[in-house]
Design a protein around this ligand. Sequence first.
Ligand code: SF4
Length: 302
Amino acid sequence: MNTEEMQKEIRGLLKEKNAVLLAHYYQEGDIQDIADFLGDSLALSMEAARTRADCIVFAGVRFMAETAAILAPDKTVLLPVPEAGCPLADRITADELKKARQQHPHAAVVTYVNSTAETKALSDICCTSTNAVKVVQSMDTHEILMTPDGNLARYVSRFTRIPIIPWNGDCPVHQGLTPGDIRKVREEHPGAPLAVHPECSPEVIDLADFTGSTSAIIEFAGKTEAGKVIIGTESGIIHELEKRYPGKTFVAAAASLVCEDMKKIKLKDVLAALRETRHVVTVAEEIRLPAHRALSRMLELA
Ligand code: SF4
C-alpha cells in the first residue's frame, strides 16, 4: 500500500469508528497531514478533554496518550506503537517523588505534562511549556519543586520570585543542542533569528532570540519579518512551519534535533491500530483521579 492509500483508509476508518486522530507537531509529516487535530501538548490535552469522538488515536508518545486517557476516561485511547515513550518522563519515579516530597514538605509540586501518570498523580498541578510561567505565577506557596525537566524549571525561575527546586531531568533531544551548534548554525545562516524551546539548556536559551513552546515558536516564525528562521526544537515542527509560511525558510539548529520516540509511529502503525482497535492505553482509577486533579487545575488556568 502506498502513502496515499494508507492515508485514505485511515481517514475512512476514523469516520466509520467515530474516532479522531490527534497528532503532535513532532510526528512524521504524512501523519500530521491527515490528523484531525495537530498541536502541542497543551492543545492536544484540551482537545482530548473536549472531543465527542468515541475513540482517540494518539500519534505522539505514551505520556500524551495517558493524558488523554486521564482526561477522557469514557473514550478508547490508542497509542499505535506502545513502545513510543519519553526519556524525560522516565527521569522520575513515583518513589523518588514521594521521597522528594518528604525532603521538601512545604514545597508545592509542579509537574510538566511530559511525565508519567504516576508522577502527575503525586503532583499539586501540571504545566506545559506554553503555560509553565503562568502556572507558577498563580501559585500561593513559598517554594516549588518542579519535575521532571530541570531546564524548564530553570527557565521558569527567571520569571518568578518563588524559589524553584529543579528536578535533575532533561529531554535528551533539547539538552543535546549545544552553544557550539548555535555558533555553527549562526555562521551558516547569518542574520536569521533563532527560536528555541525552554527544554533547551540555559546556555542555549541565553543565545536565542526567542524562547517558547512549539506553538509559540510557530507564532514567532509567522510574525518575525525575517525570511529565514533557525529552529531550536524537534525538527518535525518544520513540516508545519513550511506549510503555514511557504514564503519563508526554516533551518534546524542541529541535525540531532530528532526525537526517536516521536518517530517510532509510522502511518502503517496508525492504520493497524485503527483496523484492530489495538494498543489501548488505560490508567488505573486510583492513579487517574489524582492525576486528573493536577491536570484540571492546569486546564482551569489555561
Ligand atoms: S522530544 Fe524530548 S520531551 Fe519530547 S517526547 Fe522526545 S524525549 Fe520526550
